[in-house]
Write a protein of this length. Sequence first.
Length: 335
Amino acid sequence: MTQQASEINSTAEDQVLLQVSNLSMHFPIYQGLMRRQVGEVKAVDDISFDTYRGETLGLVGESGCGKSTAGRAILKLYQPTAGRVMLDGVDVTQMEGEQLRALRTDMQMIFQDPQACLNPRMTVGSIIAEPLDEHTRLKRAQKRERVRELLDAVGMNPAFENRYPHEFSGGQRQRIGIARALALEPKFIVCDEPIAALDVSIQAQVVNLLEDLQSQLNLTYLFISHDLSMVRHIADRIAVMYLGKLVELAPRQRLYSLPQHPYTKALLSAVPEPNPETEAVRERIILQGDVPSPANPPSGCNFSTRCPVAEARCRTEIPAWRELDSGHFVACHMV
């Protein structure tokens, strides 16, 4: 390898904040009085990708494909069945006890339902200060000042610190959740469908807030969503997931203009066009059949039972995860 190539590779490695390698999350299925294991649900099955500092990686797919489970496994809210997660050079999967607790300051999560993730018996100030109580030794006055700064940063009146979650709208509650996630100044945040439970009129405000905070604080996001039009707005690169596996990953513009995997093409064909003339003549790809159960996935390619171009090989051989072009990965025999 030449010195110049070595320097380029070194620079690329320095820019990687999160490395996910062969990550799997399988949940056991028990039956009978003796509670014997009779199978397992392969919610996440051998996925690999990198996330670069300061970028937003979108993770998309239909409901039940394993997106949220992947996010939780990456943060070790679930103990992964297999694989490795490196966050800034530290193997999260090997961390336990106090080591994992210390690492929590670098990685946080914004949850899907802002009502369910906020304790209704705690004031907004107490909710946002809770991470500070657990991980810092700040004095009471310093915590209060930090809480007021965070409320101001997410566009809320600092005077709201003594109110309770039920006094706020869904969009405001999500802002409170974002403020709590920012309290410890993390490097990496998993945004688990943060706009799915919000009105359409509020979704853009929350997404714009996340973008502003990212530019101000140099945050890195894994943005999980099933809204392809919103992901196109916020993400730098997009990974597509189907039945626990990644099927395609590419830069945003390339994925939307030149999708390679049949499932990605079908997903994008379902996104409505704002131009009525284009929408009227656009071809839609209608997938036949239902999504197989993750407890009993098909042999070979998971998508083979619904794929319009599948061949005999697809039903017996698992496609390799390979790089087609610079930064464009796909798992499909037909590409």
